[in-house]
Design a binder for this molecule. Structure first.
Ligand SMILES: NC(=O)c1ccc[n+]([C@@H]2O[C@H](COP(=O)([O-])OP(=O)(O)OC[C@H]3O[C@@H](n4cnc5c(N)ncnc54)[C@H](OP(=O)(O)O)[C@@H]3O)[C@@H](O)[C@H]2O)c1
Length: 311
């Protein structure tokens, strides 16, 4: 099968196309023929020896990628049979290996793809959607009637977070630049703020929760907007080291978060997709042969919704 292997040669970190044998299945795994892969900032961070590279550096071959949608071609699990269409977040945090034509996936990390969404849409609704769901629901406990500020509401995680927070009954304010205002409001946000102006700094201090996908200075700008005993959840690792200290000095909770592959949660996401509660926005579909183009798009820091790679 064709796969993309990370090669580190001196200072050059390259995505190399190579032929590999089909993965051998362990108990409770299924072999998935990949139809679509979702690309995320963690792919680039790990390629550049950040992200979860430390965890994977001994792996040989090291294959990036964690989101996929595809068709089961072999099964060592009672959950799925040959021919089932499945999607999910594979082995995160760990070795996902989805940049390949075939991927051995723990069955517990997958759900049946609902019939309406395409493989592109299902792949798009894995890592970023689970991040939004797990952080808002499990970590933050967002409730109906609460007021939440979602940073980078036009991005991969943010555009799902807006939809989930609205579904939960929250009042949602989303940030992005002006060019994405209509997109963010179209997702259902009640209000939009352009982070390039001082609109954010003039906001009321009445937020129950902030979900931060930017880190750094965005944390400092957000803390004064949160009610006492409110919560700031910051997800970009490496840019949020001081969030807990900074928040506690201001009488609020500052939390970091890492998404995890999870059987129950991916079923909820499948259900949200089926019911149309979550609608992924795909801004680009790129061929497998042009993975560097997909990485360049994510590296811009200005992707709207998701970038998907087609096999
Ligand atoms: N800890 C975890 O488990 C976890 C999981 C998922 C993601 N993450 C991290 O979370 C971060 C976001 O991921 P993502 O996939 O959502 O990224 P993304 O899709 O690349 O985000 C792009 C979006 O960010 C917006 N943006 C850029 N700078 C901004 C700013 N200063 N304020 C508000 N919006 C801004 C852009 O809007 P404009 O073009 O309008 O500027 C763009 O639409 C990444 O660092 C990623 O690694 C962590």
């Amino acid at each position: 099968m064709r796969a993309i292997v990370l090669k580190i040669d001196g200072n050059v970190n390259q995505l190399n196309y190579t032929e590999l044998p089909l993965p051998q299945l362990k108990e409770c795994e299924v072999l998935v023929q990949t139809k679509a892969i979702g690309i995320n900032p963690i792919d680039l961070k790990t390629k550049n020896e950040k992200g979860i590279y430390l965890m994977l550096q001994e792996e040989n071959p090291l294959i990036l990628g964690w989101e996929l949608s595809g068709v089961v071609t072999q099964s060592r699990s009672e959950k799925f049979a040959e021919g089932d269409e499945v999607f999910g977040l594979v082995n995160f945090p760990g070795h996902g290996k989805t940049y390949a034509e075939y991927v051995a996936c723990p069955a517990a990390h997958l759900a049946i793809k609902p019939s309406n969404p395409s493989h592109f849409e299902a792949a798009a609704t894995s890592l970023a959607a689970l991040t939004a769901y797990q952080s808002l629901v499990h970590l933050g406990g967002l409730k109906s009637g609460q007021k939440i500020l979602i940073h980078a509401a036009s991005g991969g995680v943010g555009h799902f977070a807006v939809q989930i927070a609205k579904h939960l009954g929250a009042f949602v304010v989303g940030t992005s630049s002006e060019k994405n205002r209509e997109f963010v409001l179209g997702l259902g946000a009640d209000k939009h703020l352009d982070y390039k102006t001082n609109a954010l700094d003039k906001e009321h201090k009445d937020y129950d929760m902030v979900l931060d996908m930017v880190g750094g200075n965005t944390i400092d700008r957000s803390i004064p907007l949160i009610k006492k005993e409110g919560v700031l959840i910051s997800i970009p690792s490496g840019k949020n080291d001081a969030v807990t200290d900074k928040a506690s000095k201001n009488g609020i909770k500052g939390l970091k978060f890492t998404v995890k592959s999870d059987e129950d949660d991916i079923k909820v996401i499948a259900d949200y997709l089926q019911q149309g509660i979550l609608k992924p926005h795909i801004s680009k579909i790129i061929e497998f042969d042009a993975m560097e183009e997909a990485h360049a798009q994510i590296a811009s820091g200005h992707t709207v919704g998701k970038v998907i790679v087609r096999l």
